[in-house]
Write a protein that binds this ligand. Structure first.
Ligand code: UGA
Length: 435
């Protein structure tokens, strides 16, 4: 069995490490954040992701999973090395490949015998060619190596399930040896294995995320029309999505997509198109529609409250989606910032993301972090639901309403039914439905 190395223990790196260890592989993970490594060595996950804690503890104590802050440990002791470092956005939307470049140089300088280096981070097409060139340049001992691309499609909040039961696996290779190694690694998953050249694999990843983001912006655009005409976006979404050529998933209207992937990948992808002289205006529109969602939502709140100054506003849900503590690019960040700037007093609850919120906002005047959802409702003049956590579904609406000063409820994720909210006594506003 090949030994597996993972460079960069973020979401993708951690889930990949834990997943392969659970399948019986010896896995070594490396990250330059020493604090993160010591947590991991003790079997403690630095992020909240359902199921990860358990598999991490189990495989660390079984001896399948090792962590180190030295890159040479991975290059020395493993056969297949996955690069899972971050590729954040630059100011102009392009992907910042600093970490990928640095890792490539460091792999090269520590290379003593053949290794397969697999790019898993989401990267612009042709990045693997740069990785290959960089390794060649810095690989003084002239050791043989291969580079491949194996994009990751896991969703936060459902990441382990996506790892063990993917819809498909994509491998971009340019040598028989790399193909064989990756085939062997993935054949047990029993799902379609798409084998391509490396550029194609890189484009598959960006195109997948861009397409999913496009579905979301598309349905959000239609939601605006539903609002203007008194139609119902939930029914439109069902009516459209049940056409199997379209599909119901990623057709849920709301305050827009967030997270560390869609916003950054859509921008990076249209920049790539434009760098190649193509008009990727379609994706610029996808991005624009998404950027406008928060603005539209704030306008709705303005229409309901007039001014925000000294108003108490409660927020339910701050993570960019349920089942994660991740707040990167979450609509909640912009909304809280805006409310505070306009003088509102904001109380926020989230089942998992409060500690990340505290890191982001710190002790800010007018911002209070709450332990339980009813606390945000006390004396509130409006409640905003920004993340559709399961636990909010069963909330006692009557109690919530009674705690509030004025029962205005803006549902940014259409979690509740308008009739029920009316029955409970709320002035209820939701997305793309008769309000
Ligand atoms: C996304 C992709 O779904 C994964 O396939 C991909 O591997 C990952 O990016 C990545 O590139 O690493 P993720 O960002 O974790 O996964 O979460 P999603 O479930 O895709 O949600 C993204 C955003 O879209 C969330 O803010 C969510 O609330 C929003 N969304 C999703 C909608 O507004 N409507 C929908 O119908 C679906």
């Amino acid at each position: 069995m090949d030994r597996i190395g993972i460079i960069g223990i973020g979401y993708v790196g951690l889930v990949t490490a834990v997943g392969f260890a659970e399948l019986g592989y010896k896995v070594t993970g490396v990250d330059k954040d020493g604090e993160r490594i010591s947590l991991l060595r003790n079997g403690i996950s630095p992020i909240f992701e359902p199921g990860v804690d358990e598999l991490l503890k189990k495989n660390v104590s079984k001896g399948n999973l090792f962590f180190s802050d030295k890159l040479e440990d991975v290059v020395d002791k493993t056969d297949i090395i996955f690069i899972c470092v971050g590729t954040p956005s630059l100011e102009d939307g392009r992907a910042d490949l600093t970490q990928v470049e640095e890792v490539s140089r460091n792999i090269a300088m520590n290379l003593n015998s053949y290794r397969l280096i697999v790019e898993k981070s989401t990267v612009p097409v042709k990045t693997a060619q740069w990785i290959k060139r960089t390794i060649k340049l810095y690989n003084r001992k002239r050791v043989d190596f291969d580079v491949a691309s194996n994009p990751e499609f896991l969703k936060e909040g459902n990441a382990l399930n996506d790892f063990f039961h993917p819809d498909r696996i994509v491998i971009g290779v340019e040598s028989e040896r790399a193909r064989e190694k990756l085939r062997r690694l993935y054949e047990r998953f029993g799902v379609p294995l798409i084998e391509t050249d490396i550029n194609t694999a890189e484009i598959i990843k960006h195109a997948s995320n861009a397409f999913l983001a496009m579905k979301i912006s598309f349905i959000n655009m239609i939601a605006d029309l539903c609002e203007k005409t008194g139609a119902d976006i939930e029914k439109v979404s069902m009516g459209v999505g049940l056409d199997r050529r379209i599909g119901t998933e990623f057709l849920k209207a709301g305050i827009g997509y967030g997270g560390s992937c869609f916003p950054k990948d859509v921008k990076a992808f249209y920049r790539i198109g434009e760098e190649h002289g193509l008009n990727f205006g379609l994706l610029r529109e996808v991005d624009r529609i998404n950027e406008e969602r928060v603005e539209k939502f704030m306008n709705r709140l303005k229409e309901a409250l007039w001014l925000f100054r000294e108003k108490k506003i409660g927020i339910l849900g701050a993570s960019f989606k349920p089942e994660t503590d991740d707040i990167r690019e979450a609509p909640s960040l912009k909304i809280i910032e805006r409310l505070l700037k306009e003088g509102a007093i904001v109380k926020v609850h989230d089942p998992k993301a409060i500690s990340n919120l505290k890191k982001h906002f710190g002790d800010r005047d007018g911002l209070k972090y709450c332990e339980e959802p009813y606390e945000v409702a006390r004396d509130a003049e409006a409640l905003l639901l920004l993340t559709e956590w399961e636990e909010y579904k069963g909330i006692d609406l009557k109690r919530l309403k009674e705690l509030m000063k004025t029962p205005i409820f803006l549902d940014g994720r259409n979690l509740f039914f308008p009739e029920k909210m009316k029955e409970a006594g709320f002035e209820y506003h939701s997305i793309g439905r008769k309000n």
